[in-house]
Structure formats: C-alpha cells, structure tokens
Design a protein around this ligand. Structure first.
Ligand code: PLP
Length: 388
C-alpha cells in the first residue's frame, strides 16, 4: 500500500470519517459566565479583576513567581528579550526551526537572529552541536560573548519547546552559563509541559507563553511573561502599561513604553480556559496514545513522543517521515487534506524567509532535514475524551 494511504487509514482508525481542522479551540467551561461578568462590570479593557486573577492562576499553575499577561506571545517575547538586556546590534541565538515570532521579537529589539540547528529527539536546539560551534566562532571578552566574524555581542539564547516538547534545558542552561548568554524561553507552545517536573518557561531569566486561538488554551489573542525575578516583573508590568506612573489623574510616563497589557475581556476567557487545561491536556495525551497504537504498524513514519524526563502537553501531534520517504510528504499532505484531515508541514525554516536570509547561522542540516519530513496532523483536544 502507498504510504499516504497507510497514514490516512491510521488517522481514520482514531478519529473516523469527518472534516477536522489542525487545532481548534473549545469553550466548554465558564467562558460565557466570565465574559458576561466582564461586560456587566464595564471593565473590558486593560484594567479589571480577570487580568489579576488570570495572572495569579498562571503563577499557581506554572510555579513561576510572576506572570504578566500581555496582548500576545510575540509581545511577551519582545519584552522578555528587551528586559533581559538585548539591545541594538546584538545577536541572539534562536532555533531555525520555529514560528517566525521568535525571530521577529529579536528584530523588534534591533538585534539580529543567529540561527541554530536542532536535534532529533526534541526538535529543539542541539546543545552539544551549539557548544562546539560557539567554541569555534566566539571569544569571551569580559562578561561578553563576541562573534569573532561580525564583532557583535551574542547576548542571549532562546530555546523553543517545539509542538509542546521540552528542549534539552539542562544542557542549554550549561551552554548559556559557559558562554555568558542570557537564557529566555519561547514557551509559546508549551503551557502544561514540564521538564524534570518543572514547568517550561520558568528556567530562564524570563519566558513567554502564547494564548493565540490555535494554542492549547486561548484568550482570543494573548500571551504572558513568566519570571522568578521580582525586579524584572515590576519592569515588565511598567513598560507593558505605557510606562505610566501610577496616579489618580495625572498621565506621566517616565520612558518609552508599550501598550501591551492584556484586556480584561481576554483574561476572562483565559480564566475559564485555564480551569479546563488539565482535561485538555489529558485528551491530547489520550489522542497521542491512540495515534501511537495506530502508527506503530507503519515502518516509514514515526509519531513524535515526549522526550525523556519530560511531560509534554502534546500541543500538535507530529509525524516524522523516514529520510528515504521524504519525497512522499506532499502526497501525504495532499491525501490527508483532501479527505478532510487538515494537516500541514513544519514551518519553512526561518533562515529561508526573505527578512532573515542573510542572518548568521551554523550548519543547519538537521533543521533542513526535519523541515522536509515533519507533518502535523489533527490535534484538537476535542477529538477524543479526556481520561480525567
Ligand atoms: C504561537 C507562537 C508564538 C507567539 O505567537 P502569538 O501569536 O504572538 O501569540 C511565538 N513563538 C512560537 C514558537 C509560537 O508557536
């Protein structure tokens, strides 16, 4: 049988005949109640009790000392990078296999993304390969890591937890310490994912979450900055609220700020969604187990599972074709989409996008290979039952 047919039948055995999108939100909790409460109160904008509550609930769930709710995940990353000290002309190490927001947030700081290769097991940054690369291309000057060929400071590293699977954090923290780099986590895809029992996004100086409509839980649009640092949390609240000094009537702003705080309406949605997160994650894990049993028989393809010592939220289920079968990817995508199972390849790697074509990079052979072999298949939490 053709591979595309085999894959189609495996998915069919799990979710049956129906048209499904890749990932859809689900509002089966107190969303309507909280939204009504919000409208009735007239506090719909960036002040209100749901914003406060959402932040406290996020702190409780993630274990972060501080959560600051903002308008989207990209804004969260932008502020996290800026407050960590990324400035114009810096370079920031980011995975070439990511959503464009990771690179854009670096650009908003006036800095340049420096692309890094991935490893097979996590699809995230390959810490060992990066270490060898940095030993070769950088030198330490005082507290700084300098790129020998560009003369610029390599200021930070941004691991991203691909499709919800945690990156190799321990090794990445070691690299960041050995080379004097700030570590900021792009945890946009990984709410509910844990590395050695600790929530992703809480390891670095700061982390960013996203609550976009296609993520595991949604606030419509939204994001949050996580940090354990009191000073940075205060700074983050301040500059995302137009840097306005608190006063009853006076509008005094003491620096260039951003209008990035999450509106109360969105936070109301977030509070209701967060209450259902454990069930959603349980459904996603159940879906993974069913897919895994179905794909077990197919030799040319592997369903990506959570890394060792990690709990993944299984945000997006991903198939990885064997290298010998990579030419069959488009045929698989064609059949699945035609049969109503919305599926898509991984992002075009960032170093191939027009705004980032000229950015510095290491050898990206693994990213280039993964990008031609990954297929994301329907992953909504509503597809199968929660087991809790
Ligand atoms: C979703 C996402 C973001 C942030 O996205 P927003 O749409 O701005 O909330 C950032 N990085 C990655 C890897 C993402 O998947």
């Amino acid at each position: 049988m053709e591979l595309s047919k085999e894959i189609y039948l495996a998915i069919h055995s799990v979710i049956g005949s129906r048209s499904v999108v890749l990932h859809e939100p689900e509002f089966t909790g107190k969303e309507w109640d909280y939204l009504k409460e919000c409208l009735d109160s007239t506090f719909v904008s960036s002040v209100g009790k749901f914003v406060e509550r959402f932040e406290r609930d996020l702190e409780k769930f993630t274990g972060a000392r501080h959560a600051i709710a903002v308008v989207n995940g990209t804004a969260a990353l932008h502020i996290a990078l800026k407050l960590s000290g990324v400035v114009s002309n810096d370079e920031v190490l980011i995975p070439a296999l990511s959503f464009v927001a990771t690179a854009n947030a670096v650009s908003y700081c006036g800095a340049t993304p420096h692309f890094v290769d991935s490893e097979d097991s996590t699809m995230g940054i390959d810490a060992n390969k990066l270490r060898i690369y940095l030993e070769e291309i950088s030198r330490q000057e005082g507290q700084f890591c300098i790129n020998k060929s560009t003369g610029r400071i390599i200021r930070a590293i941004v691991p991203m937890h691909t499709f919800g699977h945690p990156s190799d954090i321990d090794q990445l923290i070691k690299v960041s310490k050995d080379f004097n780099l700030f570590l900021i986590e792009d945890a946009a895809e990984s709410i509910g994912s844990f590395y050695k029992g600790r929530h992703t996004g809480t390891f670095g100086l700061m982390g960013a979450l996203s609550f976009n409509g296609n993520k595991t839980i949604t606030t419509g649009g939204g994001g949050a900055i996580l940090t354990n640092d009191d000073f940075l949390a205060t700074r983050a609240r301040h500059i995302t609220t137009t840097a306005k000094l608190p006063h009853k009537w006076e509008y005094r702003h003491d620096e260039v700020g951003y209008n990035y705080r999450m509106p109360n309406l969105n936070a109301a949605l977030g509070c209701a969604q967060l209450e259902q997160l454990p069930q959603k994650i349980s459904s996603k894990r159940n879906l993974f187990n069913l897919y895994q049993a179905a794909f077990d028989q197919i030799k040319s393809v592997k369903l990506i599972s959570e890394p060792h010592n990690c709990i993944s939220n299984y945000w997006l289920q991903a198939l990885l074709l064997n290298t010998e079968n990579e030419q069959e990817r488009d045929e698989v995508l064609q059949l699945l989409n035609q049969e109503g199972y919305m599926s898509r390849p991984a992002w075009i790697p960032l170093h191939k996008l027009p705004p980032y074509k000229l950015c510095p990079r290491m050898d990206l052979s693994k990213v280039n290979s993964l990008a031609t072999r990954i297929i994301n298949i329907p992953s909504s939490s509503g597809l199968v039952k929660s087991l809790i």
